[in-house]
Design a protein around this ligand. Structure first.
Ligand SMILES: Nc1ncnc2c1ncn2[C@@H]1O[C@H](COP(=O)(O)OP(=O)(O)O)[C@@H](O)[C@H]1O
Ligand SMILES: [Mg+2]
Length: 722
């Protein structure tokens, strides 16, 4: 009896650069059992069923390099591991999680494959993997499969785990500038950059957004008092605590007025253009429901606008539009709202929609709309006459880009408002008739200043051009020549990597940097051991990069960590490879010989920055062979000037470090420096010694300091040469 099933044996979440790709990926070990004898072309109807489930597979180029490439493979005959890879990619794409990268590779065990797919979010990819298996099996067994239901499910997971759109825009803009990011919470708190050079953002708030400023901005009355004292126009008003007081205040100010909560947001409980006692009283009830304190203020004529100020400059402006319906003599108000407003594809209840649904959004209070209708003599069930226009919503629809139109005096007033409140990033709500004319010529005023403003209206305006607001925020946090990176040194190889890492950390420490070190001896901050268990794993390395004190980081990367978790950093300044031993294998990962191990170790060389250096052992042929993979410089080290690789590289003008008796010779182009090794270091393993010296040299540490460092390095006893 054939066992035609697919078993998922194991799943690895590769969280950083790995043997397959620079990006996080999911690696599944899949056993296709006897399906090994049944490639796709031998299963009748399989091709038709699979492409009926997922017609968009036509877009997959696969290795063929053109549209339809994968389908060609499918016709010619390919195996379930490879098919699962493509199905998984497609399911992820359909769910809105873009994922181009995938690979399927046989292992040495018959029927067992490694299937790897880019995983922006682990949870989504894990679910997509299982779904891909089930879908492929359904196509094999000629059974139904609910593709739409599966995609919807994946999309739900994605929505629950993905960053919000504002935060995502900032993180993407950072990535454009090669600034790394680390998500710090399941919410929108993100670290941009590493260690001491990091900045934090939380939606559109930054570590520069003052808590006091944020609190001020939440109190609309206090905000107005501060703005007014600096000459920024605001509507006069007062705080009231009863409906009677509200009506009295309204008479003092002069009608029409606005009644709104002192500390509301999203327009909740705001009623504007109120002209009668009854309207003011009803509005008071609405506002009081949202907040204990209620403001009555002068009604400012004009359109509502949102101006985004970042670092004292205007970067985007949007105008709100009133929402109107036009009667046809037959339909009810509710039907007209549905057909003329809510049917607009820009409206929806998710964050990705620039406009909200009217009356049907579960998160929105329907009462302001009902009240607005009532004031015109309508309910949702009324039937307006043919051609009759009814105002449904006066505000809350800010999404029409007007950045180019803003008059400089208006931009200046908005920037001043942000400055007065003390916010580095602010959303300024301005009511004005014509944003293109000077403020002094009209009765415009700033009604509110918001901390952590939503960026969606600028990223996806319903009308007009999208604005690069994520970039503006990143540029505000990082000067042009900053990338949020600290020097990172990664060490890998079969032997001596711990000692190398410790010595490099010591030399960086002497240079004056606050060093974080994660290696097999433990986790160290500024030479203090904070963990004594092996810390060459992903989690510990991440701790180093999270630490705001850390000015330089040194990581030991064992082959097993690279295989099972990937690297904890995206790029490094120095990547050291000590050696690749003949007997260094990891059969439990299907790595059965040194050549395969070489493909694991190369990961360290792949991530060297173009401005960085790979420090490679010239005496080990497999290590030396990795040199061409490096985007940056290569520095060879060896135990003798005669080492062929080293000598040849030196002859070409390359940088080398080698041992000459009890001296280490550093050759940098024309320049040659010698360091006489202190007595104590002669006991150290030469490979580790040379690798560390070469790395320090590549990091720009002076030869004098290296010499002093060698003199004072207290090597742990187990690192001495045998
Ligand atoms: N005094 C006012 N005059 C005219 N319109 C106003 C006034 N106050 C508020 N609005 C309108 O109501 C909207 C919401 O008011 P706002 O004070 O910004 O409250 P929220 O915190 O809920 O956003 C504003 O964007 C503006 O369109
Ligand atoms: Mg507002």
């Amino acid at each position: 009896m054939n066992n035609k099933t697919i078993d998922i044996l194991d799943v690895l979440h590769l969280r950083g650069p790995n043997i397959w790709t620079y990006r996080p990926a999911l690696e599944a070990w899949v056993d296709i059992n006897d399906l090994e004898d049944f490639p796709s072309n031998t299963i009748p109807g399989f091709y038709e069923r699979l492409t009926a489930f997922l017609p968009t597979l036509i877009e997959h180029h696969c290795g063929v390099g053109e549209r339809g490439g994968f389908l060609m493979r499918l016709r010619e005959g390919t195996w379930p591991g490879h098919i699962m890879e493509h199905v998984m990619i497609e399911l992820q794409n359909l769910a809105g999680m873009q994922s181009g990268f995938g690979k399927a590779r046989e292992t040495c065990k018959r029927g067992v494959y490694k299937v790897v797919v880019r995983a922006r979010h682990e949870e989504v990819s894990r679910a997509a993997l299982v779904a891909a298996r089930d879908l492929v099996m359904a196509a094999i067994e000629d059974k139904p499969f609910d593709v739409q239901g599966t995609v919807d499910h994946l999309r739900d997971i994605l929505e629950s785990v993905a960053l919000g759109p504002s935060t995502a825009a900032i993180v993407e803009a950072a990535a454009e500038r090669k600034i790394p990011s680390i998500r710090l919470s399941s919410g929108n708190l993100v670290q941009l950059g590493y260690g001491a050079r990091q900045r934090r953002i939380w939606t559109a708030e930054t570590d520069e957004t003052s808590a006091i400023a944020e609190t001020i901005s939440r109190d609309k009355e206090l905000t107005k008092t501060l703005l007014q004292s600096c000459g920024v126009p605001v509507p006069e008003g007062s705080i009231v605590d009863t409906a009677n007081a509200a009506w009295e205040a309204a008479q003092d100010i002069g009608l029409p007025v606005v009644v709104k909560p002192l500390d509301g947001n999203h327009g909740r409980g705001v009623s504007i253009n109120l002209n009668t006692e009854a309207e003011v009283r009803a509005a008071f009830e609405l506002a009081e429901h949202e907040s204990s304190d209620v403001i009555v203020e002068r009604f400012v004529r004009g359109d509502e606008h949102r101006l985004l100020i970042v670092g004292g400059k205007l970067v985007a402006a949007a105008r709100g539009e009133e929402a109107w319906i036009t009667g046809d003599g037959k339909s009810t108000v509710m039907q007209l709202i549905e057909s003329q407003l809510n049917s607009d594809p820009r409206r929806g209840s998710s964050e990705a929609h620039p406009l909200n649904l009217i009356l049907t959004d579960p998160d929105d209070d329907p009462r302001p709309v009902l009240l607005q209708l009532e004031r015109q003599g309508f309910t949702t069930e009324s039937v307006p006459k043919d051609g009759e226009r009814v105002l449904v919503q006066r505000n809350g629809n800010v999404s029409c880009d007007v950045t180019e139109l803003v008059h400089p005096s208006v931009a200046k007033a908005a920037a001043l408002a942000a400055e007065v409140v003390g916010l580095d990033i602010a959303g300024v709500d301005l009511v004005i008739e014509d944003i293109a004319r000077p403020l002094s010529e009209q009765s415009g005023a700033i009604v509110e200043v918001n901390a952590g403003p939503g960026l969606n209206m600028h990223l996806k305006p319903a009308d007009g051009e999208a604005r690069p607001v994520g970039k503006a925020i990143v540029d505000h946090l990082f000067k042009e020549d900053e990338n949020g990176r600290i020097p990172i040194v990664g060490v890998t190889g079969s032997n001596d990597t711990t000692l190398t890492a410790r010595l490099v950390a010591w030399l960086l420490h002497l240079q004056g940097s606050y060093v974080g070190l994660a290696c097999r001896d433990g986790l160290f901050f500024r030479q203090r051991q904070v963990h004594n268990r092996p810390s060459d794993n992903w989690e510990r390395k991440r701790q180093v990069l999270l630490n705001r004190m850390v000015e330089a980081a040194v990581f030991e990367n064992g082959a097993k960590t690279i295989l099972s978790e990937g690297l904890a950093y995206d790029w490094c300044d120095v990547g050291i490879v000590t050696d690749i031993a003949e007997d260094d294998i990891l059969p439990s990962f299907y790595v059965n010989d040194a050549d395969q191990m070489s493909r694991v170790i190369r990961t360290q060389v792949d991530v060297v920055l173009p401005s960085g250096t790979a420090v490679l052992n010239a005496d080990d042929a497999r290590v030396a062979d990795l040199a061409p993979l490096c985007d940056g410089n290569v520095l060879f080290f060896g135990t003798s000037a005669q080492s062929p690789v080293l000598a040849a590289y030196r002859a070409e003008g390359g940088n080398v470090v080698y041992l000459d008796g009890d001296e280490v010779v550093l050759v940098l182009g024309e320049e040659q420096t010698r360091i006489v090794l202190p007595e104590a270091t002669l006991e150290l393993k030469p490979v580790a010694l040379l690798a560390a010296i070469a790395a320090a040299w590549a990091l720009g540490i002076s030869s004098d300091l290296i010499r002093a460092g060698l003199d004072t390095f207290m090597q742990p006893a187990d690192h001495l040469a045998a």
